[in-house]
Design a protein around this ligand. Structure first.
Ligand code: GTR
Length: 332
């Protein structure tokens, strides 16, 4: 239970017993002291974790310690789909996830992951930091999630056990782990592969035991989840630049004072450049480290992959709302 929830029950208890209207924390009365619990699948030190910590530091400074964030890393609060559910229902206050596990619930989020739509990091940042990102973010609200900001996740590429997936011909028929999103399943089908949706925490052993032939991710995840140990061929297909999203439970958000809501948004926004600075460095380091660990990095035929993706757009970008978003992204 979050401290916010504890505080609330103290208030409710106080109201019920008529004894006390201010929560007692650590023996002293501190009105509305709040610790927000935030979830992440990555290990401590990963740029997304440090981003949320930076947000917490700013919040703490600007509220003289009244609002803090406690980041639970390494899936301590569950894999992304679970933590999203718990955040929607206010059991967890915040979660940092990829946009992919939101796709089935909030279709607007899938446009951010569409293959070869976001062209490069600069384009991705322009799109997600501006009105398009705002509109995608607003779409999470009816589902109990307040989108605070987006973080970088680089480009995702295929890594495989037996041989590199430099071309769609190499990839054909392989079983590839994807995130739990129907759009991602369709993307693999379009590339000629068979998708196996799995939570992040299960990918290492699926690769190790041969349940899947490969997976796809950015190089920092390839390194920190140690997937490079069990799937050594990394082909730079860069088929999607699907970004990360930091969301707060609407239930938590609604309990914050108006000024605190604004402050939380502002501090999240200011954490983005911190995260991005760390990300750039980590991408460089990751490449070196996986190669030192025995993985091989290959160039890939991106054009051949890009030529296969139309069925994904046909299936998922049907309604006018999503079509408009895709057009705006193309034009950005
Ligand atoms: C990482 C991303 C995680 C998660 C993971 C995955 O790049 O940061 O949020 O989406 O990929 O593939 O499950």
């Amino acid at each position: 239970m979050s401290t916010l929830a504890v505080s609330r029950s103290a208030v409710l208890l106080g109201a019920a017993t008529g004894l006390l209207a201010v929560p007692w924390i650590g023996g002293t009365a501190r009105a509305q002291a709040i610790t927000l619990r935030s979830s992440d699948v990555h290990p401590d030190g990963y740029p997304t974790i440090e981003g949320v910590k930076a947000m917490g530091k700013l919040l703490e400074e600007r509220t003289s310690g009244r609002i803090r964030i406690q980041v639970f890393h390494s899936r301590q609060l569950g894999d992304e789909k679970d933590s999203l559910e718990q955040t929607r229902f206010g059991v967890i206050d915040m979660t940092r996830v990829n946009t992919a596990p939101l796709n089935n619930l909030v279709p607007e989020t899938l446009v951010a992951g569409l293959p070869f739509l976001l062209r490069d990091t600069e384009h991705m940042q322009r799109v997600m930091d501006g009105p398009i990102g705002d509109d995608i973010g607003k779409a999470t609200l009816p589902h109990g999630l307040v989108t605070l900001c987006y973080y970088d996740a680089g480009a995702r590429s295929f890594y495989t056990r037996a041989k590199p997936a430099r071309t769609p011909d190499d990839l054909r028929g392989m079983k590839i782990r994807v995130q739990q999103s129907d759009m991602w399943v369709a993307m693999m089908r379009a590339f000629g592969a068979n998708a196996t949706p799995l939570p992040y925490g299960e990918v290492y052993s699926a690769l190790q035991t041969g349940v899947v032939d490969g997976a796809e991710n950015n190089s920092p995840s390839y390194l920190t989840a140690r997937h490079f140990e069990v799937a050594k061929h990394y082909a730079q297909t860069e088929h999607s630049l699907t970004p990360e999203i930091l969301a707060m439970s609407k239930r938590t958000y609604d309990r914050l004072a108006r000024a605190d809501q604004e402050l939380a948004r502002q501090c999240a926004k200011e954490s983005v450049p911190v995260m991005r600075g760390l990300w750039v460095k980590m991408e460089e380091d990751a490449r070196r480290q996986v190669e030192a660990g025995g993985a091989q990095i290959y160039a890939a035929d991106k054009e051949a992959y890009a030529g296969l993706v139309q069925p994904v757009y046909d299936q998922f970008v049907k309604d006018a709302k999503l079509k408009a978003l895709v057009e705006r992204i193309r034009a950005a």
